[in-house]
Write a protein that binds this ligand. Structure first.
Ligand code: T4K
Length: 381
């Protein structure tokens, strides 16, 4: 009989530097008396992130959602934007907040990202862009999507909220499309407590994004765009800079946990993880599994509940589908008949606890629990 954990094991825990290192960095901020509106920590973090993300430019924001709102606004989009229903609420909401209709397109069975071959059928004279999501950090078929964008004269935005450190053939994921958005929320691999950024290779776009995040203020005498307050402050940027120093160790620890999960899952029927192609560097943001209820012995929801009994708090990301929210379910593209793959997969996915400090012993114990649930799905602790 396996005993429940004595303390809760969450889906994630933020990377936390030693408090003394944070305080020492914050004392630089205090000394400067510069707290926000583009100070030295902000400038330094933008430069460091260009190197790490391998992108020509980075524009920091106070969160990923505001970054996405500004990306859509900055590209001057209108009408309809094609997107995936299998994502966090912020993706669809950023479209709707720009007074644009989200048009949902079904996802690919393997990557769980928007299916490129289904995009073209949904293009209408009103379509102005594709907003694709690298869900769980697994890259979309960026070559196909970028090609569709070029062929049909559509802008391409990637929601890379989960894809920090994802690379394809050594190329930073944020260099594809017109613009990419990364989230630096506390639940993300790299975080600034709350935060996010836009990356683009078009420096005139960067200028526009930077204006839009600061009320459209060009200088003391001119306001030239209807901007918002999307600025990252110096405290956030300073914490981000300290966190950058922990990134390699965090990735190593997550990679060790992923190895254990993968080894153990290979012997349990009806539960599988996502394999990435060899040319892709994994973001190590989430560890998602898919449950085949018939072969595993119970539905994903039952496994989720049973794990609670052991103090293990998995998450059913991204259930429910955005297309089923009351604000979107009446859209023509939201019909479940048009989204059969997403409608099925959203019932199968479960994100397992995945963060460096949980340690490999706890990963083994979680697998012991999953194995025992597989053998006896109806029993309770
Ligand atoms: N696009 C996509 C595809 C996204 O996934 C997101 C955000 C965005 C856009 C928007 O980016 P941001 O504007 O957020 O930068 C969380 C995050 O709040 C959200 O950032 C993230 N996606 C989403 C997938 O996950 P919840 O509601 O699931 O978080 P919550 O509070 O339930 O936290 C999950 C677990 O993490 C907790 O059970 C315990 C642990 N936790 C959480 C926090 C906040 C901690 O240990 N410490 C903490 O401080 O949304």
């Amino acid at each position: 009989m396996i005993k429940p954990f004595e303390f809760p094991i969450y889906v994630t825990r933020p990377m936390l530097p030693k408090i003394d290192n944070v305080l020492s960095k914050l004392s630089d901020v205090w000394d400067s008396q510069w707290l926000t509106n583009g100070g030295p920590q902000h400038a330094l973090l933008e430069r460091r992130l260009c190197e790490i993300l391998k992108t020509p430019s980075v524009s920091l924001f106070n969160n990923g959602t505001n970054a996405l709102l500004v990306a859509i606004q900055g590209l001057r989009l209108a009408g309809e934007i094609i997107t995936t229903p299998f994502t966090f609420a912020a993706t669809a909401h950023a479209i709707a907040w720009n007074n644009i209709e989200p048009v949902f397109v079904d996802i690919d069975e393997e990557t769980m990202n928007i299916a490129p071959h289904k995009i073209t059928d949904s293009i209408t004279p009103k379509t102005t862009a594709i907003l694709a999501v690298h869900v769980f950090g697994n890259p979309c078929d960026v070559y196909a999507i970028d090609n569709i964008g070029k062929r049909y004269g559509l802008r391409v935005i990637y929601d890379a909220a989960h894809a920090f450190n994802t690379e394809i053939d050594g190329r930073g994921i944020g260099t594809f499309g017109d613009v990419s958005m990364f989230s630096f929320h506390s639940t993300k691999l790299f975080h600034t407590v709350e935060g996010g950024c836009l990356t683009t290779g078009d420096l005139s776009l960067k200028t526009r994004f930077d204006l839009l995040r600061n009320f459209g203020i060009k200088n003391e005498d001119e306001v030239i765009l209807p901007g918002i307050n999307g600025k990252m402050n110096e405290v956030q940027a300073a914490i981000g800079l300290v966190n950058l120093g922990l990134l390699d160790e965090e990735r190593k620890k997550r990679s060790d946990i992923a190895t254990i999960y993968k080894q153990r899952l290979s012997t349990i029927e009806g539960i599988k993880h996502c394999e990435l192609p060899n040319n892709v560097q994994n973001s190590l943001q989430y560890f998602v599994v898919r449950i085949n209820a018939c072969h595993f012995g119970c539905h994903r929801d039952r496994l989720h509940e049973r794990l609670h009994e052991y103090n293990v708090f998995t998450r059913k990301y991204f259930n429910p589908l955005c297309s089923t929210y009351s604000c979107y379910c009446n859209l023509p593209s939201a019909s479940p008949d048009l989204l059969p793959v997403a409608t099925r997969i959203v019932q199968e996915t479960l994100c397992l606890p995945f963060y460096g400090n949980m340690g490999t012993d706890n990963a083994e114990k979680i697998m012991d629990i999953i194995e025992s649930i597989h053998h006896n799905p109806t029993l309770s602790v």
